[in-house]
Design a protein around this ligand. Structure first.
Ligand code: GLN
Length: 490
């Protein structure tokens, strides 16, 4: 079955010519056709375009051109601008928006010869932890379709989990790569802020947003991250820093690796069953020669409050461009300019987006700026300092990715505070700009659990190495939701 193979196995078959990109792409299109009506991972399927790109990839392969990703199809989160293809970002506001250019991430992956299968569902403007705030309806978790896949990159994580795509792009502002990866039992890495270009990626909170892959394994993530990382002159916050060969470092020994376990990540609020499987995973690392150090990240409890001032502040500014004038939704028969602004925004933004625009506008207003925005910036610094201290003692930090397994659809949609708490372990590192990843460990009651690993700035290679070593010893990342794995003869 092609869809159970790793990227490197697929790549070998493509290079040898025992498999063509057209066959592989068609195989995934068939799976999407068969299962996506149940899961709702895709907002747009670009079948014809995918097959055309696959033909071109086959030409590249026949000439011996390209790289290890050539011919492998993928899904793009619908936050990335894709030339000529609707880019809706989960919102009614952009339902009619056909991007006139490609995001840098898209451009780079196209250049590798990766056919795009389509655009993946997400929370509206990437605000959420369940994909329920999408204008296109919720995505379902393939492990239990009554549950959420996490968010905001729920379409990406669910599509990889059900093997409707071999790999997908995603973005993470406060946890949106790691949290859905954890809830869907797949592997995702959020790179250092500035590692991957944000150009053409629709902005939510610009000082946090970062793109990365969601895949079945760390090894697969390494291939894609290597292709999208690097400086981009079009993104002034992208950083000039060498891109290592992430695949080459995957097998480094973990002997003597110092793993920090933050006390604050194992306290109240963590489901005891999750604590127990996370501890078992940490025991596997001890068996590989790692040393465990108890650490403290004392300002952890301030991460969510600080984030929910700063991210809304940034989004209130970023989303002011959607005014009904230039592109996107415009209300019918506006009476005058103000009416057009107000009704276009009022009719096209969903509830959560409006809530954040209001909170952000308030926090930035003259009378409250010092009390909220400035205060939150100071907390951001304290949180960052916590990590700086920790990385003087340890090489990586580990803990759970999420406090619970996937929750039921609708369970938290009317309780935004409890929704915000789903990111309690992921959000702090976005405040600090650090890289982090989530990988599946033993499931609890049939639902996946993610182990989070955090490293210092630009140490994505170490994260991938540490995750890969675990995946060499265990098979949790190879578990697949049986309901979507049947029959294919591939
Ligand atoms: N759940 C968080 C939020 O709603 C993070 C989302 C994200 O990382 N894009 O802001």
């Amino acid at each position: 079955m092609m869809h159970t193979k790793s990227l490197s196995e697929l790549s070998t078959a493509l290079q040898k010519g025992s498999l063509s990109s057209v066959e592989l792409t068609q195989h995934y299109l068939d799976r999407i056709e068969k299962y996506d009506s149940v899961l709702n991972c895709f907002v747009t399927v670009t079948a014809e375009q995918a097959l055309n790109s696959a033909k071109q990839a086959d030409v590249m392969l026949a000439k011996g051109e390209g790289n290890a990703l050539t011919g492998i199809p993928l899904g793009q989160k619908d936050i990335f601008c894709t030339n000529g293809v609707r880019t809706a970002c989960g919102s009614k506001m952009l339902d009619n928006f056909i991007a006139p250019y490609n995001a840098t991430v898209v451009e780079k992956l196209n250049a590798c010869g990766m056919p795009m299968l389509g655009k993946l569902n997400m929370d509206e403007f990437a605000m959420g932890s369940s994909t329920e705030s999408s204008f296109y309806g919720a995505t379902k978790n393939p492990w239990d379709t009554a549950r959420v896949p996490g968010g905001s990159s729920g379409g990406s994580a669910a599509a990889v989990a059900a093997r409707l795509v071999p790999i997908a792009t995603a973005t993470d502002t406060g946890g949106s790569i790691r949290q859905p990866a954890a809830l869907c039992g797949v592997t995702g890495i959020k790179p250092t802020y500035g590692r991957v270009s944000r150009w053409g990626m629709i902005a939510y909170a610009s000082s946090f947003d970062q793109a990365g892959p969601i895949a079945a394994s760390a090894e697969d993530c390494a291939l894609l991250l290597g292709a999208i990382a690097g400086f981009d002159e079009k993104d002034s916050t992208s950083i000039e820093h060498d891109v290592p060969n992430y695949t080459a470092g995957l097998n480094d020994s973990l002997q003597g690796l110092k793993i920090g376990l933050p006390r604050e990540y194992f306290g109240e609020g963590l489901d005891p069953a999750i604590a127990s499987v996370i501890n078992a995973a940490i025991d596997s690392y001890k068996a590989m020669g790692a040393e465990i150090v108890e650490i403290s990240l004392p300002n952890t409890h301030l991460a969510i409050p600080a984030y929910y001032v700063l991210a809304p502040a940034e989004c209130s500014s970023n989303l002011s461009r959607f005014d009904g004038v230039r592109y996107g939704y415009r209300c019918k028969n506006p009476e005058n300019l103000d009416d057009m602004y107000m009704r276009s925004r009022g009719e096209a933004f969903g509830e959560e987006v409006k809530r954040r625009i209001m909170v952000g506008t308030y926090a930035l207003s003259a009378g409250y700026y010092d009390a909220y925005y400035l205060k939150a910036q100071k907390i951001r610094r304290l949180i960052s300092d916590d990590f700086t201290q920790a990385f003087k003692q340890v090489d990586v930090i580990m803990g759970p990715t999420t406090p619970t397994t996937a929750f039921k659809l609708g369970e938290k949609s009317n309780d935004n505070i409890s929704m915000y708490l789903a990111d309690i372990y992921t959000i702090a590192l976005n405040l600090a700009g650090l890289p982090g990843m989530s990988l599946p460990v033993e499931a609890v009651a049939g639902l996946p659990v993610g182990l989070q690993i955090i490293a210092n700035h630009f140490e994505e290679g170490k994260l991938l190495n540490v995750a890969h070593q675990y995946q060499q010893q265990t098979a949790w990342h190879q578990q697949m939701p049986a309901a979507f794995m049947d029959i294919d003869k591939g």
